[in-house]
Structure formats: C-alpha cells, structure tokens
Design a protein around this ligand. Structure first.
Ligand code: GLN
Length: 236
C-alpha cells in the first residue's frame, strides 16, 4: 500500500514539476527563413531563437504549428503561451496582446515576375491584381491603400499564383520575399519599399512575468553573441 501511494505521489510530483515546465509556442511554419518545415520539423531563425530563450528561462519549448490568422485567438484562449511567427508588433495587435522587445526589422516589398515592366512602387499597384496573405501586415497595407486584393493562406501559394500569371504582384515581408527570389530566377522585387515594421514575440496581457523573462533572455542573447550567431546562420 505504501509503495503504491509512493508511486502515485511521485507521479503527481512529476506532473506538477515537469508538466508546468513546458511552454507552448504558436507559429505558422510557412514563413521562411523565420519558420518553415524541413523533413517534418519546424526550423528557422524564430525556432532557434525561441529555443535559446527556453534554455535561458528553463522551459521546454513545444511548438504548435497553425494558421497565422489563428495565432492570436489561440494565445487568448490559452492553447499556446507565446507566439513567435515573424509577427509584426502593430498598434492593432497591441490592443489584444503584449509584445516583447523587437528582435527583427523588416518591411513590405512587392514581388513581381521578371517580365513585369510597369510596377515600380506601391502606387503602381492601382488596378493591378494583387496577392496578399490573409491577416498579414501586407494585407493591411494594401487594404489601407484602398486596393482590392486576392487573399492567400501562405506566401508560397501567392508566389505560385504570381508565377502562373493569375496575379500581377505579391506584397510580402522583405526577408521571405528575398527567400523566394533567391530560389526562383524568374522573380524580382519592385524598387519601392514599405515602412519599417518590427517583429516581436507576442505574450498574453496577463502574463507579465513571462514577458519580463523573455525580454531579459533576448537581452542576454544580444550580450553573449548568440543572437548575432543566429542572424549569420539564417540571413547570410
Ligand atoms: N510580418 C507579417 C505580419 O506580422 C507576416 C508574418 C508571417 O507571415 N508569419 O503580419
């Protein structure tokens, strides 16, 4: 009897101490080089960064891959504890979540087929068929300019539609755009660029402790050179 109780007690202790040690991280693994799937694994700059943060704050990182649009709702309903997804810390999103210190600066760019001669900047997108990813900042930028657009669920789908001439242009984050251009020599970037946007980690408004821990971990990674090492690894 004592033995059984001991086993039960240890099992409970194990669950309490280790169960709570996990941190569920939401991402959308369709945003190379920040997060993408490779042999079934979620890899990329953000994944390395969040794993380094996990080591510093002593938590096991568990990645949950989902649609970009579902990330903030999943955070609010506690299905995940933080979001790292090349997510821009916009004023609108700040109403729903807290953001860590920014860790990367990017901007929107216009991806075109190399044969395109008439699109140089955002104003040239007027009356053109524009592709955006649903709920991405590119979607908001194009909508704010008053242009209609075709919405895709992932950058890759938009790029495919562009290459098959179903659309004239894709408005997308700079690094991801560059990633596709490097791999497809029939694509190019327009000259015009959007305003700078800062990527940051999103955390529930009520999780102030986690926010502080994540911020101090980011600071440590800048100080110890690990952050630069990751930049070199993913953006060379
Ligand atoms: N930076 C863009 C945004 O926050 C796109 C992010 C992404 O697709 N992962 O909307």
């Amino acid at each position: 009897m004592k033995k059984i109780l001991l086993v039960i007690f240890s099992a409970v202790l194990f669950t309490v101490s280790f169960g709570s040690n996990k941190i569920y991280v939401g991402t959308n693994a369709e945003f190379p080089p920040f997060e993408y799937l490779e042999k079934g694994e979620t890899v990329g700059f953000d994944m390395d960064l969040v794993n380094e943060i996990g080591k510093i704050i002593g938590k096991e990182i568990v990645i949950k891959d989902m649609g970009f649009d579902g990330l903030i709702p999943a955070l609010q309903t506690k299905k995940i504890d933080l979001i790292i997804a090349g997510m821009t810390a916009t004023e609108d999103r700040k109403k729903a979540v807290n953001f860590s210190e920014p860790y990367y600066s990017a901007n929107q760019v216009i991806v075109l087929n190399k044969t395109n001669k008439d699109i140089k900047d955002f104003q040239d997108l007027k009356d053109k068929k524009i592709g955006v990813m649903l709920g991405f900042t590119g979607d908001f930028v194009v909508t704010d300019m008053g242009y209609p657009s075709e919405k895709f669920n992932a950058a890759f789908a938009g790029i495919m539609a562009l290459q098959s001439n179903k659309i004239d242009a894709v408005v997308l984050d700079s690094e991801t755009a560059n990633n596709y251009i490097k791999k497809n020599n029939n694509l190019k970037l327009a000259e015009g660029k959007g305003e700078a946007e800062n990527y940051a980690i999103a955390i529930r408004k009520t999780d102030e402790d986690l926010l502080n821990e994540v911020n101090s971990a980011i600071k440590t990674l800048h100080e110890n050179g690990k952050f630069d090492e990751l930049l070199m690894k993913h953006f060379k």
